[in-house]
Design a binder for this molecule. Structure first.
Ligand code: ZN
Length: 226
């Protein structure tokens, strides 16, 4: 009987062999330690493979992914990842990455029902409702991707508010929080310019990024209406 997943094992063997051929001793070296500089908090979407799109190898990126790249204050899973990344691995950067055309964000925006996940996406709806006035001023076709970016800003700010990051900053540890968005249509990352490396940076970084976001999307909106 052939296994429907044989393909994956075959591809895995090819990948391992090619990696080892390119860099002999690659896997045995990784056994000894992982020293990633970055923690990536991204969407679970299969079209947004974290390592691949920034060209990083195993061992170079610590990754947490969930539907719509959320950092919920009481999510023990995500908080544990951040704690281990900051305290044990001493990552220098935590990057929240949203992506255009996010199905989770779309469902949240349009109140589409999909089941249990609706409860998770309620957090995105909180973001939507907090920015209701701004979103209402945009053409329908722009709202999903604008909400994707607003959601990144909110989640990045949530990361800044975790006890883990607060404590690290208080100790004087060098860790910077960023908010990025990935374009499904062109494979490119964009920095949303929310960059915070100290408690006193957070509000200004958020306000500045949000002002730029508003300007960018209002400009797109007026081009659409022109
Ligand atoms: Zn997504």
């Amino acid at each position: 009987m052939t296994n429907a997943l044989d393909d994956l094992f075959e591809k895995n063997q090819q990948w391992a062999a090619a990696t080892e051929a390119r860099e002999p001793g690659f896997f045995t070296r990784l056994l000894a330690q992982q020293t990633p500089q970055y923690l990536w908090i991204g969407c679970a979407d299969s079209r947004v493979p974290a390592n691949e799109l920034v060209g990083l190898l195993p061992g170079e990126l610590f990754v947490h992914r969930n539907v719509a790249n959320l950092l919920v204050h009481s999510d023990l899973n995500a908080l544990s990842v951040i704690q281990y990344a900051v305290d044990a691995l001493q990552v220098k950067h935590i990057i929240v990455v949203g992506h255009s055309g996010c199905g989770g964000v779309r469902a949240a925006l349009l109140n589409q029902r999909a089941g249990l996940v609706d409860n998770w996406l309620r957090h995105v709806q909180d973001v939507r409702d907090a920015h209701e006035g701004f979103l209402a001023g945009l053409h329908e076709s722009l709202r999903v991707d604008a909400l994707v970016e607003l959601n990144v800003l909110e989640q990045a700010r949530n990361v800044c508010h975790t006890t883990v990051v607060r404590d690290a900053w208080q100790r004087g540890q060098d860790v910077v929080v960023h908010g990025w968005v990935y374009g499904l249509h062109n494979g490119l990352l964009q920095d949303l310019k929310l960059t915070a490396g100290a408690p006193e940076d957070v509000n200004l970084a958020y306000e500045t990024a949000r002002a730029q976001l508003h300007q960018r999307w209002r400009q797109r909106n007026s081009q659409l209406n022109a």
